[in-house]
Design a protein around this ligand. Structure first.
Ligand code: FEO
Ligand code: CA
Ligand code: CA
Length: 689
């Protein structure tokens, strides 16, 4: 997600305090001073020291601390001799690119980028061609949706390791109607810039013109796409348009609610008095694949679709539940509530309880009904990558992407059976959700969120497990979990079993609020934490952790690249989504890099083990206004698919910042691109060009 304002604050994360109190302003000033001083200390540690948790350099008072925490398994002196980044070529074999602000994507030499799936691309045999001036919901339901985010590659035939043929399953996070529809947005003649930098404007800068048709197109442009793709004899990837698997899941597709919260009173609405059937999924951001080959897609910023929190009395218990997510007091930005009652809290106050879940479905069965798995808890879901524990239980890791929210792990009660796919299909309906506590000594605990245990009692508002799961954030508060800097993607390295948690940024953390797992005040650049489960048991409840990456410009900031020489690495900011290649190198896409660095969002890679651990190199740069998301490889790593999401965001249909990828008179089209080496059978990232 992006939608940043001119101060680099992401607009939809507006819950934690609109407007600053004097105390906050003071804290910010103090933290800025602390940040500058600690920056020098951190870079001194990074270039000279053994691998340490550098948070010691960022002590609460902003002064360097005397005794940094040694990291379990640290290898002192692993920093290789310095080589200028521009000429460095390591085991990954490509020449890093530099930050780029151009209007065309850039990729490392020896590789090429090809748009594969564009917004509006027909993906059904009888789908109409994309016609931006004459869009209909019926057409959009047969075309690729808007703003691709997470991508899963599901080999075909099912059960194979094919890298020539498969299903791409793609989340469509949200819509930018101002870039989708001619005449949707116009300048407001009454607008005047606010007097103070951080004051909200008195009147909106733009007026919008939603209609029944544009809203219906938007609903159809949300959700997911399932599209069969294959590599032809010339090595080019193409869409199999008449594939029986191709499918759209949208914001109106019926879904089943499963697990302890199914049928709960809070999930009941006029349309669904049983609280068990929801129309659609929205704001699908990161996602994951289960060992049995299903998708688990995360519903993230669902609050932005609902209007009129102000119509609910503040002493009504559901007011606080909704307010934790930051609903608008009055109209929503998209104004869907004018066309559908379910988006109006004044009319359907329970509808939002039906969103904010992990949604599982089987892409190999085009008739399968998506299931909202309430065992995974309700929050702004990200991640959902899985790992099978030694005893067969399956761990699903997920982040809750908001400032000061939490990192979670669900562990199934039952065991995965690799020989009986059908027996695994509802494994996610029973198990235990945990939330992470990162201790300052480099250990951590997975705290169970189970009704009746610890503070999760009826007296504290948790009468049932449904109460715990619907109000996961309150439950996590109660057990004392660690408040993180926007936990986003959360993935296990298949090569090592170590788990990586990406915290995108947090501009609002004060110096007093820092801890060793979130060590920087006003963390504009984000960081990545490496977790090693005790005994490599992903079903366990204790772990060790260390800081892997404190992103930023190593020339100017308090950064940390797992101890690697900061003079060699590429500047990086706002890490968001991650994936791994077959060697266990970590590939990182960014969302919000241009807020702190002079470049478009991009794709970076960093080894996690060996002498080049921490050696971040930039591989790909996208286009203005876009974030990069959802990177995923084919099994043989000969192709890398990634999303170029919301290009030109911040401009309008009439005057887009870019018309990539089509150019001419076409609107910009958010797209999945495929990156290949010039030799289409070579592994991406290993060739020099
Ligand atoms: Fe949709 Fe957390 O990014
Ligand atoms: Ca994201
Ligand atoms: Ca990922």
């Amino acid at each position: 997600m992006a939608r940043f304002d001119e101060h680099g604050n992401d607009k939809v994360f507006s819950t934690a305090g609109r407007g600053a109190t004097f105390a906050e302003v003071l804290a910010r000033r103090l933290s800025r001073r602390g940040f500058v001083r600690s920056a020098a200390a951190a870079s001194a540690l990074a270039v000279t020291g053994p691998r340490l948790v550098p948070t010691a350099a960022l002590a609460q008072d902003g002064t360097p601390a005397a005794s940094p925490v040694a990291t379990p398994g640290a290898t002192p002196g692993a920093t290789p001799a310095a080589t200028p980044a521009s000429t460095a070529v390591g085991v990954l074999g490509f020449e890093p690119i530099t930050l780029d602000t151009g209007s065309e994507p850039v990729v490392a030499a020896g590789h090429r980028v090809t748009p594969l799936l564009r917004w509006g691309e027909p993906i059904m045999a009888d789908a109409p061609e994309f016609d931006p001036e004459n869009q209909t919901a019926v057409a959009q339901e047969m075309q690729f949706g808007y703003n691709p985010d997470w991508i899963g590659f599901f080999p075909l035939p099912q059960g194979s390791e094919s890298s020539d043929n498969g299903l791409l399953v793609v989340n469509h996070e949200y819509t930018n109607p101002e870039l989708m529809f001619p005449g949707y947005q116009e300048a407001n003649p009454d607008y005047a810039p606010p007097a103070a930098d951080d004051a909200p404007p008195d009147v909106p800068e733009f007026l919008t013109n939603p209609t029944q048709e544009t809203v219906d197109v938007e609903l159809a442009a949300h959700g997911l796409s399932v599209v069969e793709v294959r590599r032809n004899d010339a090595g080019e990837w193409e869409i199999v348009r008449d594939s029986r698997y191709n499918r759209r899941v949208t914001a109106t597709t019926p879904m089943e609610v499963r697990g302890p919260a199914a049928g709960a009173d809070l999930l009941k609405t006029s349309d669904d008095p049983d609280g068990r059937t929801v129309m659609g999924t929205i704001n699908n951001c990161a996602g994951g694949v289960t060992p049995w080959g299903t998708v688990v897609s995360g519903e993230e910023n669902f609050q932005q679709y609902f209007a009129n929190l102000g119509a609910i009395a503040e002493d009504d218990p559901i007011y606080a539940m909704h307010d934790r997510f930051g609903f608008e007091a009055e109209a929503s930005e998209r104004r869907w509530e004018e066309f559908y009652d379910r988006f109006d809290l004044a009319k359907e106050p329970n509808e939002p309880f039906r969103f904010g879940w992990g949604v599982e479905f089987d892409p190999y069965d085009p008739e399968s009904t998506p299931k909202k798995r309430t065992t995974l808890g309700r929050n702004k879901h990200e991640g959902h990558t899985s790992f099978v524990a030694p005893e067969g239980q399956v761990a699903i890791y997920s982040g809750d992407d908001e400032r000061f929210e939490y990192a979670y792990k669900f562990v199934t009660a039952g065991s995965y059976d690799p020989n009986d796919r059908a027996a695994n299909m509802d494994l996610l309906d029973e198990g235990t959700l945990h939330v992470a506590r990162f201790n300052d000594d480099g250990t951590g605990d997975w705290l169970p969120l189970v009704q009746g245990e610890g503070p999760l009692t009826e007296a504290n508002g948790f009468a049932t497990q449904a109460d715990v799961l619907i109000n996961t954030r309150f439950a996590a508060d109660a057990v004392g979990a660690t408040k993180m800097d926007r936990p986003e993607d959360f993935e296990t390295n298949p090569a090592t079993g170590k788990v990586y948690l990406v915290c995108t940024n947090n501009s609002r953390r004060s110096l007093e609020e820092t801890d060793r797992a979130n060590p920087r005040p006003e963390n504009l650049s984000g960081h990545i934490i490496e977790i090693t489960e005790d005994g490599n048991d992903h079903a366990g409840t204790s772990f060790a952790w260390e800081m892997f990456l404190l992103a930023g410009d190593p020339a100017n900031g308090a950064t940390w690249f797992a101890g690697f020489d900061t003079e060699m690495v590429s500047p990086i900011a706002s890490p968001d989504n991650i994936t791994f290649d077959v060697d266990g190198n970590l590939w990182i896409s960014t969302d919000g890099l241009p807020n702190t660095l002079e470049g478009n969002d991009g794709l970076f890679v960093v080894p996690t083990e060996g002498e080049e651990r921490g050696y971040v190199r930039q591989f790909f740069s996208s286009v203005p206004g876009a974030e990069v998301s959802g990177p995923v490889f084919t099994p043989d790593n000969s192709a890398l698919f990634t999303s170029v999401q919301h290009p030109a965001e911040g401009s309008s249909y009439e005057e887009p910042e870019t018309r990539w990828p089509d150019g001419g008179d076409m609107p910009t089209r958010p797209s999945v691109v495929v990156i290949q080496a010039t030799d289409p059978t070579a592994r991406v990232g290993t060739v020099r060009g």
